[in-house]
Design a protein around this ligand. Structure first.
Ligand code: MG
Length: 367
């Protein structure tokens, strides 16, 4: 396949509710939609999940836009690409910037799947007809407010609830939920809000039988996570720390946790996500797919990733209506009995809703 043109759309898609983490509050999901067209006129879609500011990784939307325009897209346009894996070689001169790379990787996988008349899940080697849906809840202003939200999502069918935490919005909040929902698959995500000196605080969470605690310490700190895991019975799951296959290997060797959250965007796309989950399967580590408040295009790639055999735990893949009044895909993603059906149509399996896309596009560029 030879990709001959690319279209970039900066989109500000309003969130139904603002979303608070230990890193800040978001009112809209600002992302880049990438459309790649090949010499036969077939089109693949990918999403760059980088947020408006670099609070999650070093990338932010405007940096990713420049990277795509000036470096990454020129490296792949008009090149002969037999399989999506080959992008890794074409990207080899450009360090990191994984969310920008993921936009291209996922769009090329979509294109590759469409040309082979396969669903994206089948094209990458997935083997599930449906994937388990979990929900992620931002930091609330009181434990009671949190309980009300948890109740709403449990009633909507979500099998696993993740609660964002930070110091002083942690134990009391989680304990209140655990008392109301003794059997719920409950987990916490700290987004690096703690230090190893908070050990006593974190150890106290062991009594709540959480499924896991995600990224308690800093992103660049596999060593302290290993020290912390030796002290906790709750499994540590790493998210921001794992940006590559090499990071996953170091995590395993050091014992920095027992579970991996493999986000397609954070690791640079489906190609590397596949490699990491294969490593996890070999080493009997459970994985699941995290999200970045992505629109339906990112979520379609997440659904495909979650069909891979290494993804064993419920994923942060929720219905479109969890975040948006109107998603950019049709039909919107919905869940039934805590599960999302894997599309069987070729490629990502959804059509794009161009009316919604054009309404919320703030900048567009064609290459
Ligand atoms: Mg996380």
């Amino acid at each position: 396949m030879k990709i001959t043109s690319a279209d970039l759309y900066k989109i500000d898609l309003p969130l139904r509710f603002s979303f608070a983490t230990s890193g800040g509050r978001l009112a809209s999901k600002d992302f880049i939609l990438l459309s790649l067209t090949d010499e036969d006129g077939e089109t693949g879609y990918g999403e760059c999940s980088a947020f408006a500011s670099p609070f999650y990784t070093e990338e932010f939307r405007d940096s990713a836009f420049l990277l795509l325009k000036d470096f990454l897209l020129p490296a792949i346009l008009n090149q002969e690409i037999a399989t999506p894996d080959q992008l890794q070689d074409l990207f080899s001169g450009i360090r990191r910037n994984n969310m920008a790379k993921a936009a291209i990787d996922t769009a090329v996988w979509d294109l590759f799947a469409k040309k082979n008349h396969q669903s994206l899940a089948t094209a990458i080697g997935g083997n599930k007809k449906q994937v388990l849906a979990g929900v992620s809840i931002g930091i609330q202003s009181s434990p009671d407010q949190l309980i009300a939200k948890v109740r709403r999502y449990v009633r909507a069918g979500y099998r696993r609830v993740k609660v964002k935490i930070k110091p002083n919005a942690d134990y009391e909040y989680l304990k209140a939920v655990r008392d109301q929902f003794p059997d719920l698959m409950l987990m916490a995500d700290a987004n690096s809000a703690y230090r190893l000196s908070d050990l006593a605080k974190l150890k106290r969470l062991d009594e709540l039988h959480l499924l896991m605690i995600e990224q308690p310490l800093e992103a660049d700190d596999l060593l302290h996570h290993a020290a912390l895991q030796r002290e906790l019975t709750t499994p540590i799951c790493l998210d921001e720390s794992i940006n590559s296959l090499a990071d996953a290997k170091a995590f395993l060797q050091l014992g920095s946790g027992r579970i991996l959250n493999i986000k397609v965007g954070r690791v640079g796309g489906l190609t590397v996500a596949r490699q990491i989950q294969a490593l996890a399967v070999k080493n009997k580590i459970d994985c699941w797919c995290g999200g970045m408040l992505g629109s339906g295009v990112a979520r379609a790639a997440d659904i495909a990733a979650a069909t891979l055999p290494g993804y064993t735990l419920p994923n942060d893949i929720s219905a479109s209506s969890r975040y948006f009044d109107q998603d950019i895909i049709t039909p919107e993603i919905d869940l039934h009995d805590g599960k999302i059906a894997v599309p069987t149509k070729s490629g990502i399996g959804f059509d794009l809703d161009w009316a919604v896309i054009h309404r919320h596009t703030v900048e567009q560029l064609s290459l």
